[in-house]
Design a protein around this ligand. Structure first.
Ligand SMILES: *[C@@H]1O[C@H](CO)[C@@H](O)[C@H](O)[C@H]1NC(C)=O
Ligand SMILES: *[C@@H]1O[C@H](CO)[C@@H](O)[C@H](O)[C@H]1NC(C)=O
Length: 357
């Protein structure tokens, strides 16, 4: 039992710490040294600029609200969720792309993304637009570990690897770009079997990442993908409402990933795995935009707001909206910077803040 005075002091320290999130850093002393990211366009900061694919966004009007109005290859008018997360962890305001030669290991040592727009868990998804498959992202990560070792020294590099936060965010393309769009997977698997196939790949990926020394891992869930403007525009029968079938698939798959997280925590000693689910917050924004300061949710800012993304967004860019912060979506498939910030903040509060210590 604790003496009264000590107990009170501890209580006050706790209250202070709740008021000042940074306190967790100071009291426990275990800072997050780096954010390391794998995934698709939700978290790609421009890796696709350096490979041969049409899945790109390194041109105007993309990035028009990014620092200096620079189109970096992020599929947004500004920053993406992982940029906000990096800032929230007190590291830096954005996370650079691994293949971008204007950065080096010094900058990558505090954060790096291996993500590639249009990729998925399934190799067949990354094949559709010749982007970087997930297994290849892990190969790049192994190369990064070697570089980190020579830059920081083996001991410090090991520590960085163990204390870094790993963000994994993909899966939407497996369904919307692959399963429901091109023939192949749909003739091999029912939607449920396909979900199990993808969850198996996710499980294997977390095993490998853990085997390489990662501990604090966030496995991302799917958004309400039936509410993306592209899906709404083509929902002729449903009066341009959200496509409920796609939203249901996302809910089912998220449930699988959530259960997988529980299982992996039993299987892998010492892992700090969380399931980060953006579904509810995004659906809430789409359904009640005014509560979050938005005016438009069914159409995107860029071009006509109905179909365009990537090069199509660029070509018709003169039709883009003036103020992206009034819009939930930037192009027909991706949120605006403002939405990304709200989602990042939500995930930070609900699942990721525990990684401070
Ligand atoms: C990385 O780039 C920065 C800025 O361009 C430079 O100052 C630094 O010396 C470089 N570091 C390494 C390890 O190459
Ligand atoms: C994806 O491709 C890589 C490289 O060819 C291979 O090692 C891996 O087993 C494939 N994944 C699946 C699930 O087939």
């Amino acid at each position: 039992m604790m003496k009264g005075g000590q107990g009170k002091k501890l209580l006050w320290t706790n209250i202070l710490c709740i008021l000042l999130l940074q306190c967790l850093d100071l009291t426990i002393g275990a800072k997050v040294p780096a954010i390391i990211v794998f995934g698709d366009s939700s978290v790609d900061a421009g890796n696709n600029n350096f490979i041969s694919t049409i899945a790109r966004s390194n041109f105007q009007p993309y990035g028009r609200d990014f620092m200096g109005g620079r189109p970096t290859g992020r599929f947004s008018n500004g920053r993406i969720a992982t940029d906000f997360l990096s800032e929230a962890f007190g590291i830096k305001p954005y996370i650079p792309a691994y293949l971008d030669t204007s950065y080096n290991i010094s900058q990558f040592s505090t954060g790096v993304t291996f993500a590639s727009a249009a990729t998925g868990y399934d190799n067949a998804t990354s094949d559709v637009l010749s982007v970087i498959p997930l297994w290849k992202q892990l190969e790049y990560y192994k190369e990064y570990q070697k570089k980190l070792g020579s830059y920081l020294g083996e001991k410090k590099a090991k520590e960085t690897i163990a204390k870094a936060v790993y963000i994994v965010s993909l899966g939407t393309n497996d369904f919307l770009e692959n399963y429901y769009t091109i023939p192949g997977r749909a003739s091999q698997y029912t939607p449920r079997e396909y979900q199990n196939f993808l969850a198996g790949i996710a499980e294997n990926f977390v095993h490998k990442l853990y085997g390489l020394g990662a501990k604090k891992i966030s496995l991302g869930g799917l958004p309400p993908m039936g509410c993306l403007p592209l899906e709404r525009t083509t929902n002729f029968a449903g009066g341009n409402d959200c496509v409920s079938n796609y939203n249901n698939i996302a809910l089912e798959f998220n449930d699988k990933l959530n259960k997988l997280t529980t299982k992996l925590k039993k299987d892998l000693p010492g892992i700090r795995l969380v399931f980060s689910n953006p579904y509810d917050i995004l659906l809430s924004i789409v359904k009640k935009p005014a509560q979050y300061g938005f005016q438009v949710t069914s159409m995107a800012c860029c071009a006509t707001g109905m179909f365009e993304m990537g090069y199509a967004c660029s070509r018709a860019g003169i039709f883009s909206c003036m103020d992206a912060s009034r819009y939930v979506f930037w192009d027909s498939f991706h949120p605006t910077e403002k939405t990304n910030g709200i989602v990042a903040n939500y995930l930070m509060k609900n699942t990721l803040a525990q990684f401070f210590h």
